[in-house]
Design a protein around this ligand. Structure first.
Ligand code: PMP
Length: 441
């Protein structure tokens, strides 16, 4: 097993200065039994190296953005070029137009876009715009979907479809939780009941059209169509949070993905969409956009205010353009799909051979592993999986130089830098992990 004395020492040091030693709680190992997280110091392609110079095959991909692997030369060159020309002007630039055009071409429901700095900001603003446009205050969202850390979306389900939410974090007033209703994903009846109950109060229904935050979960056939038609019949807007899904499965978003059952893609087009992660090529970014008359609510055209000193900065935009250019190359997504399919088959076989119950949800180049013997199509099912087994698996993989996200809910992401050999090495490591787990049980 790899040893990590320097990570352990850095963690002790970090704890003195940075709250919890980490700048995002998902990076801590709290969900997998605690201890020092791995401190990385260098990445190249599908690998990164920690502070002790151990090498890992990376399936974390920084929670999604690093779809081209680390330090992709085309993206790096774009960032260097941007840095040499000055990283921030506080004025518009031509680059922003080019990037907006690229994104609109790939996601036609976006008549107009606005760039921001994170997925959190993008989602937060879509809600403001929806409220401004509809003159209504409440939103409906789905249990287990994550939409960033702004007040309104950090609200958990109350009991029953017509119950208001309860804050999921300290520091969020009940008055805000009272503006949110949370219903189960893939359950059109629950949504219908909530809409029937709250009617004219609902500004928008917010959803991850393909879920990336309690495993990779597809909408059931007809669910998104029902969601859109129920929301529209109620005069509510539909907001797709595509922060994880955009440019993940193909060159486009979930809303333009043919792999998604859809009698008519146009029928399930959202009114507003939030973007982030991949579109920044590894630099900070978010974006939101949608129908022209809705987006015209936004300042300076309309009364809904949103601004940003760093928004649309040339470094992030340049990295984003370069990333999308690389993703536009033929065969990129088929390759991710093929690698993930091989990985899925190997993991499934290894688990089966050692009598470990494992459900794998795979969508193209992303997959999630759930230690359970039932399907995972909603949050209850995702919660009802063996977290201790996942934690054991996570650590056994890490010891062998395979890095996953330290949470049973997160996906494994293939990057264009992963090779067949990386996948084989990973499958063999997983087999050894399953063997150890079987011998312990
Ligand atoms: N929406 C979704 C679907 C996400 O997965 C995330 C982040 N994991 C966010 C929003 C928030 O994005 P950010 O971390 O860039 O603020």
């Amino acid at each position: 097993p790899l040893s990590r004395p320097r990570s352990a020492a850095l963690y002790e040091e970090a704890l003195k200065h940075i709250v919890g030693g980490v700048n995002s709680p998902s990076r801590s190992f709290k969900a997998v039994g605690g201890g020092a997280p791995v401190f990385m110091q260098r990445g190249q392609g599908a690998y990164f190296w920690d502070a002790d110079n151990n090498r890992y095959i990376d399936y974390l991909a920084a929670y999604g953005p690093i779809i081209l692997g680390h330090a992709h030369p085309h993206v790096t060159a774009a960032i260097v070029r941007a840095a040499e020309n000055g990283t921030l002007y506080g004025t518009p630039t031509e680059l922003e137009i080019e990037f907006a055009r690229m994104i609109k071409e790939a996601i036609p429901s976006l008549d107009k876009v606005r760039f921001v700095n994170s997925g959190t900001e993008a989602v937060m603003t879509t809600i403001r715009v929806a409220r401004a446009y509809t003159g209504r205050n409440k939103i409906i969202k789905f249990a287990g979907c994550y939409h960033g850390h702004s007040d309104l979306v950090l609200v958990a389900a109350g009991s029953g479809p017509s119950t208001l939410g309860i804050p999921d974090s300290a520091g969020i007033p009940m008055s805000i939780a009272n503006e949110v209703i949370t219903v189960p994903f893939n359950n059109a009846e629950a949504l219908e009941a909530a809409l029937a109950h709250w009617g004219d109060d609902i500004a928008a229904v917010m959803v991850e059209p393909i879920v990336g935050n309690f495993g990779m979960v597809m909408p059931k056939p007809g669910f998104l169509e029902a969601l859109c038609s129920l929301a529209r019949a109620n005069g509510s807007l539909v907001i797709y949070d595509e922060v994880i899904t955009a440019f993940r499965f193909h060159y486009g978003a979930a809303q333009t993905f043919d792999g998604l059952e859809a009698p008519s893609l146009a029928a399930i087009e959202p009114d507003l969409t939030a973007l982030g992660k991949i579109i920044g090529g590894g630099l900070p970014i978010g974006a939101y956009g949608g129908r022209k008359e809705i987006m015209e609510q936004v300042a300076p055209l309309g009364p809904a205010y949103q601004a940003g000193t760093m928004a649309g900065n040339p470094a992030s935009i340049s990295a984003g353009i370069a990333c999308l250019q690389a993703l536009r190359e033929p065969g990129v997504y088929d390759r991710l799909d093929r690698l993930a399919a091989r990985l899925e088959a190997g993991l499934a076989q290894g688990a089966r051979e050692h009598g470990i119950a494992l459900t794998i949800n795979r969508i193209r180049g992303s997959l999630s592993t759930h230690f359970c013997d039932h399907p995972v199509t909603d949050y209850d099912q995702a919660q009802d999986t063996d977290g201790e087994q996942f934690a054991r698996f996570f650590r056994l993989m890490l010891e062998q130089g395979i890095c996953l996200a330290p949470s049973k809910y997160e996906a494994w992401f293939m990057t264009t830098a992963h090779t067949d050999e990386d996948i084989e090495v990973t499958i063999q490591a997983a087999e050894r992990a399953f063997a150890v787990m079987a011998s312990e049980s």
